[in-house]
Write a protein that binds this ligand. Structure first.
Ligand code: S3P
Length: 477
């Protein structure tokens, strides 16, 4: 089908990508010519600029696109007030319907239209009479869509790579558990991963499901439960309780929004709960850690672990075990975790899934280590080659780079045959020298401590790591 996506933001862009991947003809529409240009350069689908609040703009858009089978309005009001809501949602929807009378229309609204504050379960038949003007305008746009027989998708709080206020605020020490008399355990969170929101929109439009649908994940989770679990995962204290923020854009609500109606149509989320995404989304946690680190308003929280990086044969596993014994820490080894989860050897993983598959498993092992404390983590030599791993490594602990001369590396790695990167055409020495060239800058950029191990016994190296880590953590606390 030929689909128009109006608003190519966090959800719109993904929705356009999904339609395109499904073999549909996509035209993405953005408000500003600047973002149209950026998308045009990056996307395989057509991009046009249009201000939906201006009828002349929408008519001009119609003459460019011709007839379309469906349009999705998921433009945002860019945080504006009631006037913006009127222009973008109410007027925008009216203009689009008049310019594309033959198209199926989907309007993306918000679960904020449910004003319930008693923690009850709400579905599409529950009263949706928002107290705020902005909420009433969202409802008006919904009514316009429903009047035409189209689809209204009420989206819960959207998160995804680069956007998770719950986690970002916690990492920056800005979280509080909001409680009041109606919600002594904090309000219920209603969230949806951006990928799942996009898949729901595609599903609703391609299946021509008319009416209202809540787009929210399966989790029934209070903000308190979420923050407690996150605090444990990120080795942070549980935030204190506080009174609700009176200026919150979505207003204070406390309700569990049901997705039963949408699920009954056959849609399934990839991330049924936020914590599935924390574990399984390759980018989510890493991207938020990177945001906090780059903003450098507060130092990135560092868990009380020791992470060993360095090339194959540099002694990470042996020295790591010794450090763990010296400090009474646990010991973990990402290579062993990968072998364990995969149920086969590293050469077999490389053979079956390629290096790409191995690297994905390596990142997953790092995410699995979130929440570890007092652990020495030995990592595979190539872990630093994946940008997504860097924020995770930095958060996971005090990073020590074990260096060794090529001589030593060649000698140590000659002992066994379980390193696929050293089994190629290139002689191991040449390959190792090349890897040193490529990777030394990456190890250096990440390391809190660098130890040249050639002239040290492994016990001496371990002692150096343990003492340095002790001082590092003593300073931070
Ligand atoms: C690799 C190093 C290995 C293992 C895999 C790839 C690398 O770990 O993860 O064979 O890219 O350097 P060790 O460094 O523990 O040998």
């Amino acid at each position: 089908m030929k689909v128009l996506i109006i608003g190519c933001g966090f959800v719109g862009e993904r929705t356009a990508d999904l339609f395109h991947a499904g073999g549909h003809e996509v035209i993405g529409v953005t408000h500003s010519p600047a973002s149209a240009e950026r998308l045009m350069a990056a996307k395989p689908w057509q991009v046009l600029a249009c201000d939906v609040s201006a009828i002349s703009d929408v008519q001009a858009l119609r003459s460019k696109t011709g007839i379309v089978d469906a349009f999705i309005h998921c433009a945002s009001s860019s945080k504006g007030g009631a006037e913006m809501y009127q222009a973008v949602y109410v007027d925008g929807m009216t203009h689009l319907i008049s310019a594309y009378p033959e198209a199926w229309e989907l309007y993306t609204g918000s679960t904020s239209v449910y004003p319930q504050t008693d923690g009850s379960q709400v579905d599409e038949t529950s009263p949706a009479e928002p107290g705020k003007d902005t909420g009433r305008l969202l409802r008006a746009a919904e009514e316009i869509t429903l009047g035409k027989g189209g689809t209204v998708a009420r989206l819960a709080g959207i998160y995804g790579p680069g956007r998770s206020f719950v986690l970002k605020n916690l990492l920056e020490g800005k979280s509080g558990i909001e409680v009041n008399e109606g919600a002594p355990d904090g309000r219920l969170l209603n969230q949806i991963h951006a990928d799942d929101a996009a898949s729901a929109l595609v599903h609703l439009v391609t299946g021509k499901h008319a009416g209202i649908f809540n787009v929210v994940d399966d989790a029934q989770m209070t903000q308190k439960a979420c923050l407690e679990k996150l605090a444990a995962l990120f080795s942070l204290p549980v935030p204190e309780t506080k009174a609700p923020d009176a200026n919150r854009k979505r207003g204070w609500t406390h309700k569990h929004v049901s997705n039963a109606k949408l699920r009954a149509t056959g849609w399934k989320p990839v991330y049924p709960s936020y914590f599935d995404a924390v574990r399984d989304d390759p980018q989510l946690v890493s991207s938020i850690l990177a945001l906090v680190d780059e903003a450098s308003e507060v130092p990135l929280p560092r868990a009380e672990n020791i992470v060993l990086i360095g090339l194959m044969g540099s002694g990470k596993s042996t020295v790591g075990r010794l450090v763990a014994r010296l400090l009474g820490f646990q010991f973990a080894d990402t290579d062993h975790m990968i072998i364990d989860r995969a149920g086969c050897s590293i050469p077999e993983i490389f053979a079956n899934e390629g290096e790409v598959g191995f690297r994905q498993r390596e990142s997953a092992a790092l995410r699995e280590l979130l929440g570890a404390r007092h652990t020495v983590i030995a990592t595979g030599g190539g872990i630093i080659t994946q940008p997504v791993n860097k924020p995770l490594l930095r958060h996971l602990g005090f990073i020590t780079w074990l260096e060794a001369s090529t001589e030593l590396l060649v000698r140590r790695t000659a002992a066994n045959n379980d390193r696929p990167l050293l089994r190629g055409e290139e002689p191991p020495r040449v390959k190792l020298e090349r890897l040193i060239q490529e990777r030394a800058p990456l190890y250096k950029a990440l390391a809190d401590l660098r130890i040249l191990t050639d002239d040290l016994t492994q016990e001496e190296s371990a002692y150096g790591v343990a003492e340095s880590a002790r001082i590092f953590f003593a300073h931070r606390s």
